[in-house]
Design a protein around this ligand. Structure first.
Ligand SMILES: Nc1ncnc2c1ncn2[C@@H]1O[C@H](COP(=O)(O)OP(=O)(O)O)[C@@H](O)[C@H]1O
Ligand SMILES: [Mg+2]
Length: 225
């Protein structure tokens, strides 16, 4: 599904250049569940931004779904992101002035889905994550675990092939975090490819493969037995 070849990411840092990713080679196949671990500042989120088409490599190649992404225009990238990738973040990133169901509808709005279908699919997705009766609650009235379920429902809105999750259990207690991981496992079993950044070895253990990144370099890759 995705392939990075010698991906380098640099940021200007005053007069200096900070090289955050230093030649990443990585393939993720359809249906995999991959975890990415590494110290704070090692480049995990930067890598995820590139995989999610939110940012482009400074050099190297990123192939998504058979397409060299450097050949795509901004609107083409935005469309690919909207249609094929769902995002889940540590701090949920729900819009506070929209209730749960409208948050879930948002990617469908951008995707051009009509109002009625948006609403019925959003309610169905909230049902799938166990939140049917919270559909019209504001984010501020939801617990952390419930917010993350809304975020996962939103990530699923356009039936993405890939879910990218950046420390999705990082702001949750252990039990709630386990429930979120069970939900992600269910989605993976149903065919969605998942890549998850985590600090927690228990979370990483759910994955089929764990990639360790240190200082912008993949240093190790461990396949689950
Ligand atoms: N937009 C940016 N501009 C400048 N430096 C950045 C930017 N994004 C990340 N960095 C730097 O890149 C390094 C890696 O960051 P990040 O990918 O967020 O690491 P991680 O997610 O592993 O903690 C850090 O030193 C961070 O300060
Ligand atoms: Mg990070």
């Amino acid at each position: 599904m995705i392939e990075l070849r010698q991906v380098v990411k640099r940021y200007a840092n005053g007069a200096d250049t900070l090289t955050v990713l230093k030649g990443i080679d990585l393939r993720i196949e359809d249906g995999e569940f991959v975890s990415i671990m590494g110290p704070s500042g090692s480049g995990k989120s930067t890598l995820m931004h590139i995989m999610g088409l939110l940012d482009a490599p400074s050099s190297g190649t990123y192939v998504f779904d058979g397409q060299d992404t450097s050949a795509l225009s901004k609107p083409q990238l935005a469309r690919m992101r909207n249609q094929s990738i769902g995002f889940v973040f540590q701090n949920f990133h729900l819009l506070p002035r929209m209730n749960a169901v409208r948050n879930v509808e948002l990617p469908m709005l951008y995707g051009g889905i009509g109002r009625g279908e948006r609403r019925s699919r959003a309610l169905e997705l909230l049902g799938q994550v166990g939140l049917h009766e919270r559909a019209f609650h504001w984010p501020s009235a939801l617990s952390g675990g419930q917010k993350q379920r809304v975020a996962i429902a939103r990530a699923l809105a356009n039936n993405p092939r890939l879910i990218l999750a950046d420390e999705p259990t990082g702001a949750l207690d252990q039990k709630t975090g386990r429930e979120i991981m069970e939900l992600l496992q269910r989605l993976n079993a149903a065919g969605t490819t998942i890549a998850i950044i985590t600090h927690d070895p228990n979370v990483a253990a759910v994955a089929n493969r764990t990639i360790h990144i240190v200082d912008g370099v993949i240093v190790d890759e461990v396949h689950a037995p």
